[in-house]
Ligand binder design. Structure first.
Ligand code: G6P
Ligand code: MG
Length: 212
């Protein structure tokens, strides 16, 4: 049976996906590149630099490696200013009670996020202590859809991928989970991904699929 859960962070536990969008939008506007929430879905789960490449691909000009580094740093500066406003109120009661129930059912919980800001976010919203392990952008070399971040999370939990399920809102994240040999809950933009094991509308729906 299932022994552990690996949660994506941005867009699953906290709505930082909207803050990523706002920060990328400010960069895109500065460059005169049209950028919509629909475009933002392609950036879910994707690293900062790869996200920048996607944003730039919506424009018509080339940017040097040096300029790209400046743009990525600027995006992160804007994003961190937005993160500064996060408080425990940015986590819903549903998220907290779902995590509490999962712990009561004896499951080990981990974070599996491509973000280098994951620990900062978890501290800001007061969720860090809920997790037995954190695998994030600081301990990987390849971003989703590569399974590395989830494989490290399972390893940190001392479990095998087959003993864990991933919870994702990103299509790249579902691909990563499947590639790593995990079952997967898909929520939001990932709920319609054909390879999810369980499609859920709301986080607490996952409890229906986990032994009591
Ligand atoms: C998560 C988000 C992505 C983001 C990536 C890197 O996977 O879903 O949208 O690009 O983390 O985040 P960072 O905070 O390191 O820029
Ligand atoms: Mg996400």
């Amino acid at each position: 049976g299932l022994r552990g859960l690996v949660f994506d962070l941005d867009g699953v536990l906290v709505h930082t996906d909207e803050l990523h969008f706002q920060a990328w939008l400010s960069i895109a506007e500065r460059l005169g590149i049209p950028f919509t929430r629909h475009d933002n879905d392609r950036l879910r789960g994707v690293s900062r630099m790869e996200s920048l490449d996607i944003v730039l691909s919506l424009g018509t000009f080339e940017v040097s490696a040096t300029e790209k580094q400046v743009l990525a740093d600027d995006k992160n500066r804007v994003y961190r200013e937005l993160l500064d406003g996060l408080t425990p109120q940015d986590v819903t009661d549903e998220v907290r009670s779902t995590l509490a129930t999962l712990r009561d059912r004896g499951l080990r919980l981990a974070i599996g996020s491509s973000s280098r800001n994951a620990k900062l976010i978890l501290d800001k919203v007061g969720l860090r202590d809920w997790f037995d392990a954190i695998s994030d952008g600081e301990n990987i070399t390849r971003s989703k859809p590569d399974p590395e971040v989830f494989l490290r999370a399972a390893e940190f939990l001392a479990l095998t991928p087959a003993q864990c399920a991933v919870v994702e809102d990103a299509r790249a994240g579902v691909d990563a989970a499947v590639a790593g040999g995990f079952t997967c809950f898909g929520i939001g933009d990932a709920a319609t991904h054909p390879r999810v094991t369980w499609s859920i509308e709301s986080l607490s729906d996952m409890l229906d699929h986990i032994e009591n």
